[in-house]
Design a protein around this ligand. Sequence first.
Ligand SMILES: NC(=O)c1ccc[n+]([C@@H]2O[C@H](COP(=O)([O-])OP(=O)(O)OC[C@H]3O[C@@H](n4cnc5c(N)ncnc54)[C@H](O)[C@@H]3O)[C@@H](O)[C@H]2O)c1
Length: 399
Amino acid sequence: MNDFPDHDVVVVGGCGHVGLPLALAFADRGLRAVSYDINDVVVKTVMDGQLPFREDGAAEVLTRTLANGSYRATTDPSVVATADVVVMVIGTPVDEHLNPDPHAVPMALDEIAPHLRAGQLLVLRSTVYPGVTRRVEKLLAERGLDVDVAFCPERIAEGRAMTELFTLPQIVSARTAEVRDRAARLFGNLTASVVELEPEEAELAKLFTNTWRYIKFAAANQFYVMANDHGLDFERIRDAIRHDYPRAADLPGAGFAAGPCLLKDTMQLAAFSDNAFVLGHAAMLVNEGLPLYIVSQLEAKHDLAELTVGILGTAFKGDSDDTRSSLAYKLKRILQFRAKAVLSTDPHVTTDPTLVPMADVLARCDILVIAAPHREYADLVTTTPVVDVWNLLGNGTRI
Ligand SMILES: NC(=O)c1ccc[n+]([C@@H]2O[C@H](COP(=O)([O-])OP(=O)(O)OC[C@H]3O[C@@H](n4cnc5c(N)ncnc54)[C@H](O)[C@@H]3O)[C@@H](O)[C@H]2O)c1
C-alpha cells in the first residue's frame, strides 16, 4: 500500500534533466504528475521549489504546479502504483570503454516492478540500445505483468525543454495500434504532432538523430582544422558558404561537441553495428581531438610551458550549467600537463569547487580559451589573446 492519491503520470528518473521538465510539462497541462527519483538530494531541492539545474522557463512552472497540487516529487517507489502512466527516463550512459549498458533500463524496471499493476502504460523514454524495448516487454511477460509498453524517445535540447516539449513532434512506437494510440493520447497533452514507428525503428530513430548531429559537428570541426592549418578563418568561409545558399544552411560552426548524449549515442550505434561504424568513430576522433589540437596550436605559437592559460566556460555547451562530459575538462587536463598553470571559470556552473572568478582569470592568465560559448563572453574586452573557435567575439576563429 502507499499513501499517495491517484496520479495520471509518474516519471521514473523524474528529477533528472529530461524527467523533471517532462513531469512539469504534464502537470502544467492539467495532468496530476509526480516525479519518482532515487536521488534524495534533488527530490528535496525540487520539493523546496528550486530547480536542481538550469532549465529556461521551468522555475515558474515548478512554483505554479507545486502550489496548485498538480505536481510533486518523491523517493518512494510505491508511488508508481498510483498512476495510469509510468514514464521511465533514467540515464543511459556508456561505460569508460564506451560500451553501452543495455541493462540500465531493465534493472531500473526490476526495482519498480513490484509496484507496477495490470492496465498501466509503461513509456520508455530514455535513449536506449536497440532491442531494449523488446527486452522490457519480455521481462514484464515473465513477471506476468499485463502492462502496455511504448517507446517514445525524448528529443529536446537541455535548456529548451519547456519550449520544445510543446513544439517538437513526438515519435511514438508500440507493438499494437491500441497501445500506440494510448501513448499518442498522452503526448497529445503536450504536442499536436505525433509520428508513429515500430519500436525497433524508433530506437534507431533516436540514435540516428543524435549521431547525425554529432557527425555534422565533426564535419565542421574537421573543416575548421583544415582552414586553420592553412592560416584561414573557418568562420569567414562558413559565412560565405551559407550566404543565401539554403543547401548549406545546416553547416554548424566549429566548437566543442560534447555533453551527456551525442558521443554516447554515437557509441551506442557503433556497438550496435559491431564497431564497424566508420563515420561514427571518425566523428569521435575529430570532436574529441579538438582540445588537443588547440593545445598543439598554442604550443606551436607560444612558449606554453611558461604561460598560464584561462579556460572560459566549463559547461558542455553555451548558457548551460551542465558539465557532464564537457570537453573543457579534457582541455584542462591537457593544459595542466603542458602549460605552466590553468585557471577555469564559468558563470553558471556551481558544482566545481576548482573554478575561480572571471576577474581572477582575466588578471592572471596570459592566454584565454573560450571552451563554452556562454553569451556573457560575447562582450569580453581584453588585450589578452583569446582562442575563440566559436567566433563569439567576432574577431575570427584562427589560432
Ligand atoms: N539531457 C538531454 O538533453 C537529453 C535529451 C534527450 C534524451 N536524453 C536521454 O534521456 C535519458 C535521461 O537523461 P538525463 O540527462 O535526464 O539524465 P540525468 O542523469 O539528468 O537524469 C536521470 C535521473 O534518473 C534518476 N535515476 C537513476 N536511476 C534511477 C532509478 N533506478 N529509479 C529512479 N530514478 C533513477 C537519477 O537520480 C537522475 O535524477 C538518457 O537516456 C538520455 O540519453 C537526454
